[in-house]
Ligand binder design. Structure first.
Ligand code: G
Ligand code: G
Ligand code: MN
Ligand code: NA
Length: 255
């Protein structure tokens, strides 16, 4: 309960921050495909509270919608600021909690946030997990449908784990799959991980979806993914989640 109050205060004070992790083109790892926004909360006495923890608390406390809209606004503001300063950031990926999709106004609120910062739907990628689909209520499906019709792109996060299934690819307007790092990290040691990754790449290719390999840490993983046609990579090999000014430095070091 005290964590809940602290989170409420952090939201009110806007003391949460976003870090951004580079997502790079396999064909040109110095070129950004986009950045993923990842929430960070540095509490004055508790220190860093991991997002897995405070997102879950926000969901239980009914604060997730407020949190999501704040994060969205902040990410849009940052993207517009980067571009105004001449930094070529193509898009920003935002993680959306399944609970946010229970809000009937979500699609409109997302559209409004972008408009406020002079951005277009193609400037953000909305990352969802199977939690969005697990309780596929009409309101969730209506939000997804509205977002799709407005030109927003959906990315299926953590693909290959949990309950993510092929039926979502069939039923939902998904444009991107994020191959879970559990597969990526086993690529060089496990023939099964390689076979599954080849299959995911093939399905995505046939369906016209982009694949982002997550958690790429070694040159061996990078080379394997490159050789097998994975178009986008994300991981410590290219950059950790960084504060906004370090993204500018990242770009500066590569131009
Ligand atoms: O950044 P990494 O350190 O630890 O993130 C841990 C988990 O928290 C990831 O699964 C990530 O998707 C989730 N996460 C990070 N930021 C956000 C956010 O802004 N919203 C939601 N819903 N999840 C987030
Ligand atoms: O949203 P998602 O669940 O995909 O969150 C990405 C998580 O993965 C974040 O916690 C981020 O800090 C973490 N991450 C990103 N790149 C790497 C990596 O190369 N190795 C490891 N171990 N974790 C990573
Ligand atoms: Mn993600
Ligand atoms: Na993931």
């Amino acid at each position: 309960a005290s964590l809940e109050r602290a989170l409420q205060q952090a939201l009110a004070e806007r003391s949460l921050t976003l870090h951004y992790q580079p997502q790079v083109l396999s064909s040109s790892p110095d070129t950004l495909h986009g950045v993923e926004a990842l929430a960070r909360w540095h509490h004055p006495t508790w220190g860093m509270v991991p997002p897995s923890q405070f997102i879950a608390i926000a969901e239980e406390a009914g604060l997730i919608h407020t949190l999501t809209l704040w994060l969205l606004d902040e990410a849009c503001r940052q993207l517009a600021a980067w571009r105004a300063a001449g930094h070529p950031v193509p898009c920003v990926a935002i993680n959306l909690s399944g609970r946010s999709f229970h809000q009937p106004g979500l699609a409109q609120e997302i559209a409004d946030a972008l408009k406020q910062h002079g951005l277009r739907p193609g400037d953000v990628l909305l990352e969802i997990t199977e939690s969005v689909m697990m309780d596929a209520r009409p309101v969730t499906l209506a939000n997804i449908d509205t977002l799709h019709r407005q030109g927003f792109k959906l990315s299926l996060d953590d693909f290959g784990t949990g309950y993510s299934s092929l039926s979502y690819l069939h039923r939902l307007p998904i444009s991107e799959l994020k191959l879970d790092m559990a597969f990526v990290q086993d690529l060089t040691t496990s023939a099964t991980a390689r076979a599954l990754t080849v299959s995911v790449l093939s399905i995505a290719h046939s369906l016209g979806m982009v694949v982002v390999a997550e958690g790429v840490e070694t040159v061996g993983q990078q080379q394997w993914l490159q050789a097998h046609g994975c178009p986008v990579m994300q991981g410590y090999l290219f950059g950790k989640p960084l504060p906004p000014e370090d993204i500018e430095a990242w770009l500066g070091a590569r131009s």
